[in-house]
Design a protein around this ligand. Structure first.
Ligand code: NAD
Ligand code: UDP
Length: 325
């Protein structure tokens, strides 16, 4: 049997990855300290092949069985989380990645680092190919996340080059889908929560900044394809269709039939003006491309998510997460 460790497996992307790996017949060991994740995301995974370990990966990771893949996703990911947790973000990107790489080395497992489009910062090259080195402010508020991920990439390449660990790196562009937290501060869950309750939609700046949005099932399929490939250099995974944030707000209002008005608020410091992946490497090497466009993906989120979840009214949304199993 193939065994995969997923750090951050109780988070948004990690839990969808656990679902996919289990559906492929893997045994899945989810290692998460529930800092920004939730047991609710994995509560449906009651199988002998799914193990949850409540553990902070900045400490040594001990797994007492053979492991074939280590998917390292543990990290705060939303701006409001990493701005609230700057040191934890730097530590999980550095010590946490070190420990996850050490686990992969010890088990002779294939290692996948979940990096981010944020390594390109506020990009001066558009769209962003993997060979672009980026434009990051190392001492700005977002620097804790961007530089943690850049360090994690450097550490991963050093483990590969010096220690022969079988590694790969994915640069994930903005992804959305069911299980995003209504109050995680990212544009899609925020706009949906506001639109459902007919509250003002808070567009930052003029809303002319652009992003691309990848549906979560496309994204996790790309992660598994990359892990199962022999590639070692970073690969962008994202949906290249680019929208302004104003267009995103208007689309969500329309799909939800909302009466919300759009209000403009101050643009956060170092908010990237544009972002769009060049996915020619993923197409060529992984034969991967997204299949779900924005309107279809947003509709799926609306249809598949309980209204209370989109509104953030679940008990688990605010209550302290202490449960273990
Ligand atoms: P998330 O916050 O939902 O999930 C992160 C998970 O990591 C949570 O379950 C959290 O509890 C766990 N975690 C955090 N610190 C930990 C630690 N020290 N030890 C153990 N577990 C810890 O975020 P997400 O959106 O699912 O992101 C997952 C990964 O993908 C992150 O590494 C993120 O940087 C990357 N990523 C996500 C996106 C996106 O659009 N969602 C974009 C780029 C990169
Ligand atoms: N954004 C916004 N209103 C919100 C939340 C986000 O206008 O209530 C903007 C944010 O400034 C950014 C874009 O939407 O330009 C995407 O933000 P998100 O946090 O989703 O992702 P990231 O900035 O990490 O790409």
């Amino acid at each position: 049997m193939t065994t995969s460790v997923v750090t951050g497996g109780a988070g948004f992307l990690g839990s969808h990855l656990c679902d996919l790996l289990l559906s492929k017949g893997h045994r899945v060991i989810c290692v998460d300290n529930l800092e920004t994740g939730s047991l609710t995301n994995v509560a449906h995974l009651r199988s002998d092949d799914f193990v949850f370990i409540n553990h902070d990966v900045i400490n040594h990771i001990d797994i007492a069985e053979p492991v074939d893949f280590v998917y390292h996703l543990a990290s705060p990911a939303s701006p409001i989380d990493y701005l609230r947790l700057p040191l934890a973000t730097l530590k999980v990107g550095s010590y946490g990645t070190h420990n996850a790489l050490g686990l992969a080395k010890n088990k002779r497992a294939r290692f996948l680092l979940a990096s981010t489009s944020e390594v390109y910062g506020d990009p001066a090259v558009h769209p962003q190919p993997e060979h672009y080195w980026g434009n990051v402010n190392p001492i700005g508020p977002r620097g804790v996340y961007d530089e943690a991920k850049r360090y994690a990439e450097a550490l991963t390449m050093a483990y590969h080059r010096q220690q022969g660990v079988d590694t790969c790196i994915v640069r994930i562009f903005n992804t959305y889908g069911p299980r995003m937290r209504a109050f995680d501060g990212r544009a899609i869950p925020t706009f949906m929560r506001q639109a459902i309750s007919n509250q003002p939609i808070t567009v930052f700046g003029e809303g002319e900044q652009t992003r691309t949005f990848c549906y979560v099932s496309d994204l996790v399929a790309g992660l598994v394809k990359l892990a199962e490939s022999g590639e070692h250099l970073p690969i962008n995974i994202g949906n290249p269709n680019e929208f302004t944030i104003m267009e995103l707000a208007e689309t969500i209002i329309e799909l939800l039939g909302s009466r919300s008005q759009i209000v403009k608020e101050e643009l956060p410091v170092d908010d990237p003006q544009q972002r769009r992946p060049d996915i020619s490497v993923a197409r060529e090497i992984l034969d991967w491309a997204p299949t779900i466009d924005l309107r279809e993906g947003l509709t799926r989120v609306i249809v598949e998510s309980p209204r209370e979840t989109l509104l953030g009214r679940q008990a688990s949304e605010r209550a302290p997460l202490t449960a273990k199993r």
